[in-house]
Design a binder for this molecule. Structure first.
Ligand code: IVH
Length: 673
């Protein structure tokens, strides 16, 4: 048996080595046939001795049962995004900002590398073993895609230093981009079309759709790939530069885009290499949508730190968006949730960078005037990443004389109220909060994916419910009955049942989603998450003062003002009460990373200053701690408030640690609310 085990282990090492030569280094040493023989031998041995199978064996990639949902994974460190630079000047500004921030710092280098157009994931390695892969999600919490990531052959299941020079850290979170090569994407689409399945719009969608498959066996058949570009949390790393870190990742068996990472000594070199990459973008086997510029020295990166969404030490130079020519059929005005009137061009459908575009935003009247956009014009439209397509310019030479100049209406096209435009603002607004378009847009927002996520409650159904007076606001949704739904046009029993279920399900949500769903101006998903992380309960958030709001990282005057004025309106307070009365319950997502109080037992005594007893208890439990009512040797902390009882004495007698409320909040990683 020991001999078999030895052979199995040797085979695994050998296969890992050749995997690395093939997938990571692009430099295979043996023929495919020879590799297959090794692999089949291992498969045969493991079949004969199933007790010797280990999760990190190269055979353990495919398979895994389909899941019904993805588990949420909280990132130990947020996965930030990058600020964008659109031209040379922006790059130079970035360089100046970095230098100004660092003060008197001599010359230093930048790394520049392709920005891969895929989706960000994080791989967690513990003692060199791959344990979890998660998507970026909202940057704070992503989805657990471990089973799927395992099927990607470029992701090593075990890290090992090939040179023997770099010990693998006990904990290492690696970040990178999962993507699909262009050729593989085309082949996949050909196959899908042949099987009457809808093709993917572009390689990024194909990659995203493939990694988010509930059945890993499907993912296994999709040609996904990964480039690593950085790290999250780690136990020990001793490298001086980003570039050395990349070399170490490669040495451990992770795939990095090494031939295209360039170390630059000056900002001029950075600019030149960014352009080189842009000019040669079509020669890459995969899509790149920019270049990422990073300060090379890790100590300088640490000193520069980060802002709320992005690090100060890096920026993304975005390549020109993909553009196409088409014609504007007509222009219509849309009324948004906040009453903003947006002119939208309806286009002759055109494919831009793999996506069919039918509409483009014209932003506002000033833009229309500046670009002299008319109905019937032939225009250049562009699409960049996820943003709404826009009209870049008019091709004036294609005018026939039949084009019609456009002026935004003076009254709201939906409710007829006189449109207002504030001094110095480009946006005109419908001032009527009861405007049906505003109400409908607010509801659309409320039920949308990032908010309450009520699947099946689309714009058409909302429209019918509003027109028939069955709902007037968000809270009314929770009073709908099956009978109500069945009265609607074109809805069948099954769809109505599903919708009822979706409505019911949406009542269990998170604080962040709920805050976002309220549609407070300037409070998008990201800000809602910051607020939820800070305040943890709706009550604390609702009562927050201006100072408390401003003390949240990432929240400035404008947002704080908007939140305060939202809560000052009794109608909004009433709406929240009715939503809570309808049974909405809010949880804060529990971090899966280590919590300092995991498994620790607390006893509370005396009255706390800012937290109610129940709140304190809830917060402790959420972070993985226990609350007990009696002090014993098993108690880890006694939290002492004003006029404590005999528990304090008992704690002292037993030598149990006592802490005050401030210390508790620190342990809970909550700042004082
Ligand atoms: S570094 C703090 N390097 O671009 C973020 N990002 O908005 C550090 N991306 O979500 C990111 N290629 O998924 C970095 N070579 C590269 C990249 C890259 C693609 C993505 C990444 C991130 C987004 C930045």
């Amino acid at each position: 048996m020991a001999k078999i085990q030895h052979e199995i282990e040797e085979l695994r090492e050998l296969i890992r080595y050749h995997n690395r030569r093939y997938y990571v280094l692009d430099d295979p040493e043996i023929s495919d046939a020879e590799y297959d023989r090794l692999f089949q031998r291992l498969v045969a041995l493991e079949k004969e001795y199933p007790e010797l199978v280990t999760p990190d064996s190269p055979t353990q990639r495919v398979g895994g049962e389909p899941q019904t949902a993805f588990r949420q994974v909280k990132h130990r460190l947020p996965m930030l995004s990058l600020e964008n630079a659109f031209n040379d000047e922006d790059i130079k500004d970035f360089d100046s900002r970095v230098r100004r921030f660092l003060g008197e710092e001599g010359p230093f280098q930048y790394t520049v590398e392709p920005k891969i157009d895929g989706l960000a994931v994080e791989l967690v390695y513990e003692k060199g073993r791959f344990v979890v892969a998660s998507t970026r999600g909202d940057g704070y919490t992503g989805e657990d895609v471990t089973a799927n990531a395992k099927t990607i052959l470029t992701i090593p299941l075990k890290l090992k230093s090939m040179s023997g020079e770099h010990p693998v850290p006990d904990l290492l979170e690696v970040r990178g981009e999962i993507y699909m090569e262009r050729e593989a994407f085309r082949a996949l689409n050909r196959e899908r079309v042949a099987r009457d399945l809808p093709p993917f719009a572009n390689p990024r969608n194909a990659a995203a759709g493939s990694i988010r498959q509930l059945d890993p066996r499907i993912t296994a058949r999709r040609p996904l790939n990964m480039f690593c570009y950085g790290v999250g949390e780690f136990s020990t790393l001793t490298f001086e530069t980003q570039y050395d870190l990349m070399l170490a990742l490669q040495d451990w068996g992770l795939r990095v885009n090494r031939p295209h990472i360039r170390v630059c000594d000056t900002v001029e070199e950075v600019v030149a290499y960014c352009h080189r990459l842009e000019e040669t973008r079509d020669q890459f086997a995969f899509e790149i949508d920019g270049a990422v510029i990073k300060v090379n020295r890790l100590d300088l990166q640490a000193r520069l730190g980060e802002k709320s969404r992005s690090p100060r030490w890096a920026t993304a130079f975005k390549f020109k968006a993909v553009q196409e020519t088409t014609r504007i059929e007509n222009i219509e005005v849309q009324v948004g949730r906040t009453g903003a009137l947006t002119p939208v061009a309806h286009l002759e459908p055109v494919e831009v960078g793999g996506v069919v575009v039918r509409r483009a935003t014209l932003h506002n009247q000033d833009e229309i005037t500046r670009k002299d956009i008319r109905e019937g014009d032939t225009v250049v439209v562009q699409r960049a990443g996820d943003v709404i397509p826009e009209v870049v310019k008019v091709i004036v030479s294609r005018r026939t004389g039949n084009e019609k100049p456009y002026r935004m209406p003076d009254v709201c096209p939906v409710c007829g109220a006189n449109v207002q435009r504030k001094e110095g603002e480009a946006v005109s607004r419908c001032p009527n909060p009861a405007c049906p378009a505003q109400v409908r847009a607010s509801l659309r927002h409320f039920v949308s994916k990032g908010a309450m996520d009520i699947d099946g409650l689309g714009d058409k159904i909302l429209g019918q419910l509003l027109e028939r007076g069955m709902i007037h606001d968000e809270a009314d949704i929770y009073g709908l009955t099956m009978d109500d739904l069945l009265k609607l046009d074109k809805i069948e029993q099954k769809a109505a049942t599903n919708l009822m279920q979706a409505i019911r399900k949406s009542k269990q949500t998170t604080l962040a989603r709920f805050i976002y769903a309220l549609g407070i101006r300037h409070v998008g998903e990201h800000v809602a998450q910051l607020l939820a992380d800070q305040f943890l309960t709706l009550e604390r958030f609702r009562k927050a003062s201006r100072e408390e709001l401003l003390s949240v990282k990432g929240i400035g005057e404008e947002i704080a003002e908007s939140i305060l004025s939202y809560f000052e309106d009794p109608a909004n307070q009433e709406l929240i009460e009715r939503l809570l009365a309808a049974g909405i319950t809010l949880e804060t997502v529990v971090p899966s990373g280590p919590s300092p109080i995991e498994g620790k037992t607390f006893v509370l005594t005396g009255s706390l200053e800012t937290l109610k007893r129940a709140e304190a208890k809830e917060l402790i439990v959420r972070k993985g701690g226990n609350v007990s009512s009696t002090v014993s040797r098993n108690t880890d902390y006694v939290v002492v408030g004003a006029s404590p009882g005999s528990k304090l004495e008992k704690a002292r007698n037993l030598g149990v640690a006592t802490i005050d409320e401030g210390e508790l909040l620190e342990l809970l990683e909550v700042s004082r609310g």
